[in-house]
Design a protein. Sequence first.
Length: 429
Amino acid sequence: MLQGKTTLQGKQILLVIGGGIAAYKSLDLIRRLRERGGSVRAVLTPAALHFVTPLSIASLSGNRVHEELFSLIDEAEMGHIELSRAADLVVVAPATADLIAKAANGLANDLASTLLLATDKKILMAPAMNLRMWLHPATARNVQRLKADGAAFVGPADGDMACGEYGPGRMSEPLEIVAAIEAALMQDTTVPLPPGVGRPRTVGGSLAGRKVLITSGPTLEPIDPVRYIANRSSGRQGHAIARAAALAGAEVVLVTGPVSIPDPAGVDTRHVETAREMLACVDAALPADIFVSAAAVADWRVDEVGGNKIKKGLAGTPSLSLIENPDILAHVAQLAQGRPGLVVGFAAETEKLLDNARAKLARKRCDLIVANDVGEGTGVMGGLSNTVHLVTLDGVESWPPLDKDEVARRLIEKMAALFGPLASGDQAQ
Ligand code: CTP
C-alpha cells in the first residue's frame, strides 16, 4: 500500500536513464515517484545497462522497461511515438553529457534520443557527469540550447565525484528531482504545435466540422489519502472511439479517468480522477455536436474523505458511508440549453442486457445506447474485443464480436449517419 503524500496521483512519468554511475539513484527516484502516486515507465540507454538492470527497474516501476528502438514487441504494444506522448513529463536522470548533446542537436539514433525528439511533453533533465565534462564549453552550449528549446534542468550539484574529484556534476538527490518534477507538473506540460499542424489529415471525413466530446476509462474515488475505489475499465473502447472520431475529421475532446493506455493521436485529451472532476471537465468542454459517454463512472463515492490515512485496529473494521455520484450522461442528455445534437451512452450489463439498456435509454434520455455484456467470461472489461447491440427508440441492431477499434470505427459511421450532413453554420459554437 502506498504511503505519504499523493502529489503525483494519476501522473505518468517517462524516465530516461542514461549511462552514468548516478543511475543507481534512479532506482530510489522511481520509488519516491511511486510513493507519491505517480506511475513510471523507464527507458534505458545501452550504456545505462552497464549500471542498472532492466529487472530491478521493472520491479520497482511495476512496468516493463524499454530499451530498443526497433523492438517489434514494443511497436505492436506501444510504438515509440505513443510511448513518448503517453507521459505527462519526460525526465532524464541521469542526463549524461552524451544524452544532452544528442538532445541538443536533435539526434535520434536510439530509443532514448528518439523519444526526446518525438515527445510532445516538457523535458526535465538531471545532469550527472564529471566536472570537466560539465564545464566543457560544448556541454555548456548544449545546455543553453536545450534551455532555449524549453527543457528544464535540476542540478547538477557540487560534490565529491565517483572519479575522486570535487566540483559541479553530481546528479541532484532523488527528492530534489521529485520536487522539480512536482513543480514542472504544476503547469501544462504539453508543448503545442503551430495551429493547424498535427491533426490527422481528414479533409472531408464523415465528421469533418463536428466537435465530439467523449468520456473514457474508470473514475477513481478516494477513501482516504492513499486508498481508493476503482473499477476494471481499461479505457480502450472510449479511446478507440476518440481516435476513430479524429480520423473521421472531428475536433475531439477526450475526458479520461486514470488509464494505462496512451492518449490517442490528434485528440485533445484531458485527465481527471473522480466522477465530479469528470463532470466539471465535461461541462467546461461543452458545447459539442456529439457526446459519447464511454466512461465507467463510479456510481458512488465515499462520503467525507478524511485528510489522514485510516489506521487499522484503532476502532475495529471501518465501514464506509457511500453517496451517489452525479450521472454525467443524464446531465448532458437533459441539458435545457446547449444539449449536444446526439447523445450516446453505454450500458455494461451482466444480466438482462437489452431490457436494462432500453431502461437506461429512457431514464437518461439519450439517443443511443451501446449495450454490451460484461459478465464473467466475456473478457470485455480490459479486453480487446466487444460484442455490442445498438439500442434506440426505433429498435435494436446487433453486431457480431469485433475488435474494439472496429467497433469504434463502425460506431463513428453510425453516429455520422444519425447526425446527418453538416449544414453550414450549424456546428457547436
Ligand atoms: N454514466 C455516467 N455517470 C454515472 C454513471 C453512468 O455518465 N454516474 C454513464 C456511463 O458512461 C454509461 C451509462 O451512463 O454511458 C450507463 O452506465 P452504467 O454504469 O451501465 O449504468 P448506471 O447508470 O451506473 O446504472 P447501473 O449501475 O444500475 O447499471
